[in-house]
Write a new protein. Structure first.
Length: 344
């Protein structure tokens, strides 16, 4: 079992390149991305808006709109099978079956005119040879599992008759309908208010632990990361710039960008600290500068940072970072105290 976890990841993405061709420009949304997720593990993909998180996740299950998008290179290994080369029929078979999605807006996956119970039944029967009655019983069990009160009655509700939190629970029930081995959750709690967000996060976390499901969880919020992630991959301008175990990333990251993102996590009494408070903007991914894409915003930049390709390399402990002048353990950025140290 232990060696199965280590040697056979559920998802092993290597050198993924997903481009968008717009007019004469090519936007490198995923620019050589590597990701590994093992059974029962939750990897959080974090980064600012436009960094390529959703495109990377959509590439895994062939959901990138094409045109203008195209997977231009790399390998998408799902339990040893390369999905980048798989025929559409195979991808459709896996989608909603062994691999399922939860999106930020449940209304994007739920049909507005059909009862939620019927939609779950349909999702089950698309992948399992069950009769209607058996599928209905399973759908009710799933609504119970995601803690929807009065599941039998709620089966008949239309999506708009449910609150945002309940709708997202229905989406999670749909995602679990066929016992997936990988769940891709793209900002599933961002649209919910804070209390409901915490409940839905806890639910997802409990379910994936109970079922040993691998989870790729996308968020722009390090508060969420600390709640759910085993490991973190930080994305910047289409590339992974740092990856490592959650505790290490949150307390002593090596990459200055990670440090700046963490410094933006809202702290009680300091609501102005927000992710979009990192000064400056990322470069356009159709015109990346030579060297480090973060150089124009980095307080530690040196002339050599702008010279050539910077590889993702092991720095210390579990941390790999794409940086020539990484931070030492617990080191703050110039001019600021370590905010984590300063917290009560
Ligand atoms: N449909 C599209 N057409 C053209 N370009 C696109 C399209 N979708 C994404 N892109 C390009 O890919 C880049 C990455 O987009 P992506 O949606 O993956 O960002 P993200 O990290 O998920 O951001 P957010 O946090 O806002 O969801 C964008 O900046 C844009 O250049
Ligand atoms: S490589 Fe240089 S510019 Fe880039 S993050 Fe590291 S120190 Fe900053
Ligand atoms: Mg996104």
């Amino acid at each position: 079992m232990a060696s199965d976890r280590n040697d056979n990841p559920v998802l092993a993405v290597r050198g993924l390149e997903t481009d968008f061709h717009i007019g004469r420009s090519v936007y490198h949304a995923s620019n050589g991305v590597d990701l590994t997720i093992r059974r029962g593990e939750c990897l959080c993909l974090v980064g600012e808006s436009g960094s390529g998180k959703s495109v990377t996740a959509m590439s895994v299950m062939g959901l990138v709109p094409s045109p203008p998008g195209v997977i231009a290179g790399g390998r998408i290994g799902f339990k040893g099978e390369d999905l980048a080369d798989a025929p559409d029929r195979r991808i459709r078979e896996l989608r909603g079956g062994a691999v399922s999605h939860v999106f930020q807006d449940p209304l994007a996956t739920l049909h507005p005119l059909f009862a939620v119970g019927d939609q779950i039944v349909e999702a089950i029967r698309a992948h399992q040879p069950l009769g209607k009655r058996a599928a209905e019983a399973k759908a009710r069990d799933l609504l119970d599992l995601v803690r929807i009160p009065n599941a039998a009655q709620r089966m008949k509700a239309l999506p708009h008759e449910l609150s945002g939190g309940l709708r997202q629970r229905v989406s999670i029930a749909m995602a679990l309908a066929n016992d997936p081995e990988l769940i891709i959750a793209d900002e599933p709690t961002t649209a919910l208010d804070v209390t409901v967000q915490a409940e839905v996060l806890r639910l997802l976390d409990t379910l994936r632990r109970e079922r040993d499901t691998a989870v790729l969880f996308i968020t722009h919020d390090f508060g969420v990361v600390s709640e759910i992630a085993d490991r973190v991959a930080v994305m910047y301008a289409g590339r992974i710039v740092e990856t490592g175990e959650t505790a290490e990333i949150l307390t002593r990251p090596a990459h200055p960008y990670t440090r700046m993102l963490i410094d933006c996590v809202p702290v009680m009494g300091e609501p102005e600290r927000r992710l979009d408070a990192v000064p400056g903007r990322p470069p356009a991914v159709n015109r990346l500068p030579p060297g480090c894409a973060f150089a124009d915003r980095c307080p530690r930049v040196q002339p050599d940072c702008r010279e050539g390709e910077i590889p993702l390399e092991t720095k210390r402990g579990s941390l790999e970072a794409r940086c020539l002048h990484p931070l030492g353990p617990g080191e703050a950025l110039a001019g600021g105290a370590d905010p984590l140290e300063a917290r009560p």
